[in-house]
Design a protein around this ligand. Structure first.
Ligand code: ATP
Length: 246
C-alpha cells in the first residue's frame, strides 16, 4: 500500500492535549493515508487512547491542528465529527451485553448520519459469519473474541472512511488475536482505512503498512512496519528482544 500513496485521510500537526495541568500529548504529528493500516504502539499510559479521543475533541487539542478528509476538525463539536466518517472501537469494546447481537449492530447505524440510509449488514454478516449465526443471541453471552468482532461490526455499520481500533487484542488468546488481525486486513482490502492502537507491538507492526511509537505523549519513532520491527529500540522496549547493539 505504501507505494500507492493517495491524499492524507487524517493528519495531525503539532497536536498537544492536556488533562487539567497534565500534558498527555506533546506536539504530535502523524498522517494516515487512504487505504493504509497505520499502527500506534506504546506502553501503558503513553497517551495512545488520549490521541484517539483527542480526534473527537475529548480532550480538545490545546495546540496544533487535526484535518480529516480535507476538513479541519480541530474545533468541531464532538457530535459532528463521527458523521464525517470516523468510527472508534474503544478499548474494552463497550457492547451492550443485555441486547442481542443484531440490536448492538443496529446502534452503529446511527453513525451513518445523513450520508446513507442503506446499511451494509450483508457485507458485515459475510465478514463475520459467527455474528450472523448468533444474531439473536444476547451479546453478553459471546466470547471475548466474538464481542470484539461485534464491536468492530457495529463501528462498520456507520460505513466509516477511517476505523480507529483501540487495543482490539486486549485480553484475547493468541489464536483469536490472529483471527481479528486477519479480519482487519480484509476490512482494509474492502476500502476502509485503519488506524490501530496496540500494545501488542509485534503483531500490530507485522500487520501495518506504517507505524508510530508514542513515548510519554511524544512521537518517538516512525517508519514502515518492517523498519520498526527491525529497530533496536523497538525490539528492546516493545518486543522483549535484546539486541547486540545494546
Ligand atoms: P493504556 O494502554 O493504559 O490505555 P494509553 O497509552 O492509552 O495507555 P492514555 O490512557 O491515553 O494512555 O493515558 C495517557 C496519560 O493521561 C496517562 O498518564 C493517564 O494517566 C492520563 N489520563 C488518561 N485519561 C485521563 C483522564 N481522564 N484524566 C486525567 N488523566 C488522564
Amino acid at each position: 500500500m505504501a507505494e500507492n500513496r493517495r491524499s492524507p485521510l487524517l493528519e495531525l500537526t503539532g497536536v498537544s492535549s492536556y488533562y487539567g495541568p497534565v500534558r498527555a500529548l506533546e506536539d504530535v504529528s502523524l498522517v494516515v493515508y487512504q487505504g493504509e493500516i497505520v499502527t500506534l504502539i506504546g506502553a501503558n499510559g503513553a497517551g495512545k487512547s488520549t490521541l484517539l479521543m483527542t480526534l473527537f475533541g475529548i480532550p480538545r487539542a490545546f495546540k496544533g491542528s487535526i484535518v480529516f478528509a480535507d476538513t479541519d476538525i480541530t474545533h468541531l463539536p464532538t457530535h459532528s465529527i463521527a458523521p464525517l466518517g470516523l468510527a472508534l472501537v474503544p478499548e474494552g469494546r463497550r457492547i451492550f451485553p443485555g441486547m442481542t447481537v443484531s440490536e448492538n449492530m443496529e446502534l452503529g447505524r446511527a453513525a451513518l448520519g445523513k450520508r446513507s440510509r442503506v446499511a451494509n449488514t450483508d457485507y458485515l454478516y459475510d465478514l463475520f459469519p459467527i455474528l450472523k449465526e448468533r444474531r439473536q443471541q444476547k451479546a453478553g453471552t459471546l466470547s471475548g473474541g466474538e464481542q470484539q468482532m461485534l464491536a468492530i461490526a457495529r463501528a462498520l455499520m456507520g460505513q466509516p472512511r477511517l476505523l480507529l481500533l483501540d487495543e482490539p487484542s486486549l485480553g484475547l488468546a493468541p489464536m483469536v488475536v490472529k483471527k481479528i488481525f486477519a479480519l482487519i486486513r480484509s476490512i482494509v482490502q474492502s476500502g476502509t482505512t485503519v488506524f490501530l492502537v496496540e500494545q501488542n507491538a509485534n503483531q500490530a507492526l507485522q500487520l501495518a503498512d506504517r507505524g508510530y511509537v508514542l513515548v510519554n505523549g511524544l512521537v518517538r519513532l516512525t517508519g514502515t512496519g518492517q523498519e520498526l520491527l527491525a529497530n533496536p529500540e523497538v525490539r528492546q522496549a516493545y518486543l522483549g528482544k535484546v539486541t547486540s547493539e545494546g
